[in-house]
Structures are given as structure tokens and as C-alpha cells.
Ligand binder design. Structure first.
Ligand SMILES: Cc1ncc(COP(=O)(O)O)c(C=O)c1O
Length: 393
């Protein structure tokens, strides 16, 4: 009954929009447009990594990025052939993690001398040592996120390890930006300057990575100089603008289309007299005779409990408030002001709805604001229990 509809046509549209954006910036700067490696970690931000990867690959994406080795293997097992960057850089305690990287032709991120030596050893063991067999790796530099990557003070040791590892080829140089969606781009520009200085040191060491990359969705939209040879958009591919206010004044339109809709239906209806209370803890009290509908979606499905008495859903194209506490599997909504609601009527929790009372939409941004979180968490939060259906046209 409760389900998520994922529009692959909208994913393709968003990729085209981002490419057009990058092409326009590149034309202004007189350089080649950045390649797009879309980020599909966390099961493609909750949309389903494999179907999304296949759609993006068919649409000509240059590569894909995931966080975990397991996520990379999943894409290969789904038949994905394009480059897949495993961004986390941790491949387990045992050698079989490194061997899996090699066997599945995944592109690892590296940032520590021992990890580089072990990876080179695994490649030597599995492929033999010939120069034609070198494995492409990307080096991650921590320019100010403070999370993963070699810090500039440790760079020389890592570069020495990379130069010694003849089985590996430094194909990419990357960093991650901490504040690309902040009102001020100052911290981002500082990180980019640190990255540029590190790049000079990499080149001075005789290494020549083909691609430098730093930009997530927000950076690629706001700071053209961060696009370099490659970008790593995640949220924008799923149709959510990372910071609409920051690019509002832009002369160029960016028309992203939301990819996921979450729908359910009315499974119970009751008339509640004024004064009666509803749900766990009796946190809601009817101020008037009210018509209450129950939907089979709760916090175990990703409808945050923080939406208790504050969220809204759509019925017949009109908003109905969530009343009482969201429970694990069920939620109550007040449909007193939506005439004619019947059992099995469609209820939209996320996305747009056209119905007999009009047309409206509930966006990821709206839910995030009500819950006090970010859109990324709202999307990843739609749980496995909610089946995904893929729409192609
Ligand atoms: C290393 C890295 N690059 C790129 C992205 C994509 O970011 P966004 O979804 O903001 O475009 C992420 C996601 O958080 C990330 O961790």
C-alpha cells in the first residue's frame, strides 16, 4: 500500500540540466566542461542504487561514486560497467576487501601509506606486475573538512608511497568541501586554495592525476572554479536543490525535477467527537467534531516521529495535518476539511498530487525544515520497508 515512485526520466533530466550548467560555466571560462560522476551512496540516497546507476549509465554519466566497498560491489553485480569510485577509503581489516576492489574493477580512494602499500600488494598478487595492469586510484586530501584524507602535513609520505607503488596509477586527486552551502563561500575558497597548493606538490613529485575533483552539488552550482575536471553531485541528481536561496539571483535557470514521490492510502476512517484524544500519549485533542483518517506509514517507514502534530500530507490535492504521535507503522491525519475522503483514497506524503480539491506538493525541503534536519536525511530515511517502483517515461 505504502510505496515510493522513483522517476528515472527525472533523473535523466536532472543529469542533462547539470551538464548544461557545467557546459555554460566551462564556455565562460574557456575550458572543457567537468565530467560528472554522480554520487549513489546510501542506496542512491534512498532511491535504489542499482536502478539509478543503470539509468544514469544509459544517460552517459562519466562515473559513479559510492561510500562503501559493498555499495560498489552491488553496482558491479547489477551490471554497471562505468568507473565506480569507492570514496570511503576503508576496505575492511583483511586482505579480501582489497582483493574485492581489484576483482570488481572498482576505483579506490587512498590516503595512507600503509593502505597504498597493501593495495599495491593485492594488485601484484591478483594481476601480476606488468605496467599495463596498473590500477587507477584517487588520492584524497583533507583541506579542511577534518574527516577523511591525508592532511597537507602528511602528503609527502603518501606521495612517496604512491611513487613506489608501481602497480597503482594516481588517476584522480580529490578533496571534500565542508561549507559549500553556507551563505559565505569564504571557507570553500580557502579549501580550494589549500587543494591548489597540494596539487602543485603532487605534480612536483612527478605524479600527474588526470582529474581533480572537489565539488558536490552546492559547490558546482555556486563556485564555477571548483568544478575542475570532474564533479561529484549527489542531492541535485535527485532533484533537490542544495541551497536554492544561494543561486536565486543567477541569470541561468536550473530546473531540477524531484525524483521520489512517497504515496500511501487511507486504511481506516473515524468520526471523533470534540474533546476526544488521538494516538499514543493522547497528544492531540479534537477541538471540534473531526474526521480522522489512518495511513499505514509510520516512523519505521521513514515518516519522522518529529512530524507528530506538525507535518502535513496531501489528500485529493489538499493538505491534511498529521494529528497525534506518528507511530511505528501508522499515522493519523485530520481530513475534516477535505470533503468526501473514503477508504483507499491516495495520500501523498512526499511529492505532488492532483486531485478533486486541487493540486499541491510536499517537498523534501519542507519536510526537512519541519523535522529540523536536511533533505539528505529525509531521502535516506525512507526505509527498506517501502517498496520502490520505477517509472521510465
Ligand atoms: C565525498 C562526497 N562527495 C560528494 C558528495 C555529494 O554531495 P551532495 O549530495 O551535496 O551533492 C558527498 C555526499 O555527501 C560526499 O560525501
Amino acid at each position: 500500500v505504502t510505496r515510493a515512485e522513483v522517476s528515472l526520466a527525472h533523473v535523466r533530466h536532472n543529469l542533462r540540466e547539470l551538464r548544461a550548467w557545467l557546459a555554460a560555466d566551462a564556455a565562460d571560462a574557456g575550458v572543457a566542461p567537468a565530467r560528472v560522476w554522480a554520487v549513489l551512496k546510501a542506496d542512491g540516497y534512498g532511491h535504489g542504487a542499482a536502478p539509478l546507476a543503470t539509468a544514469l549509465e544509459q544517460a552517459g554519466v562519466d562515473g559513479l561514486c559510492v561510500a562503501l566497498l559493498e555499495e560498489g560491489i552491488e553496482l558491479r553485480q547489477a551490471g554497471v560497467r562505468c568507473p565506480v569510485l569507492v570514496m570511503g577509503g576503508y576496505y575492511g581489516r583483511h586482505r579480501d576487501g582489497l582483493e574485492a576492489l581489484v576483482a570488481h574493477e572498482l576505483t579506490p580512494v587512498v590516503y595512507e601509506p600503509t593502505q597504498i602499500e597493501q593495495l599495491a600488494g593485492a594488485v601484484r598478487y591478483l594481476r601480476g606486475g606488468g605496467a599495463a595492469e596498473r590500477m587507477a586510484v584517487h588520492l584524497k586530501i583533507d583541506t579542511g573538512m577534518g574527516r577523511l584524507g591525508v592532511r597537507p602535513s602528511g602528503l609527502d609520505a603518501v606521495l612517496a608511497a604512491l611513487r613506489a607503488a608501481r602497480e597503482l596509477e594516481l588517476d584522480g586527486l580529490m578533496t571534500h568541501l565542508a561549507c559549500a552551502d553556507d551563505a559565505s563561500l569564504e571557507a570553500t575558497e580557502r579549501q580550494m586554495a589549500t587543494f591548489a597548493a597540494a596539487t602543485l606538490r603532487v605534480r612536483a613529485a612527478g605524479l600527474s592525476p588526470r582529474m581533480r575533483h572537489a565539488a558536490n552539488s552546492a559547490a558546482l552550482l555556486r563556485l564555477p572554479s571548483s568544478q575542475l575536471e570532474m564533479v561529484r553531485p549527489g542531492i541535485a541528481v535527485f532533484g533537490v536543490h542544495p541551497c536554492p536561496e544561494a543561486t536565486e539571483g543567477s541569470s541561468r535557470p536550473l530546473k531540477l525535477r524531484p525524483v521520489m514521490r512517497v504515496l500511501t492510502e487511507v486504511v481506516a476512517l473515524r468520526d471523533v467527537p470534540a474533546g476526544e484524544r488521538v494516538g499514543y500519549g493522547h497528544t492531540w485533542r479534537a477541538e471540534r467534531p473531526s474526521r480522522i483518517a489512518t495511513i499505514p506509514m509510520g516512523y519505521a517507514d521513514g515518516l519522522s516521529r518529529a512530524l507528530s502534530n506538525r507535518g502535513e500530507v496531501l489528500v485529493g490535492g489538499r493538505r491534511a495535518p498529521i494529528v497525534g504521535a506518528v507511530s511505528m507503522d501508522l499515522t493519523m491525519i485530520d481530513v475534516t476539511d477535505v470533503p468526501g475522503v473514503a477508504l483507499r483514497d491516495e495520500v501523498v506524503v512526499l511529492g505532488e498530487q492532483r486531485g478533486r480539491h486541487g493540486e499541491d506538493r510536499i517537498t523534501v525541503e519542507e519536510i526537512a525544515a519541519r523535522v529540523g534536519t536536511i533533505g539528505w536525511e529525509v531521502l535516506c530515511g525512507i526505509s527498506r520497508r517501502v517498496p520502490r517502483f520505477y517509472r521510465h517515461p
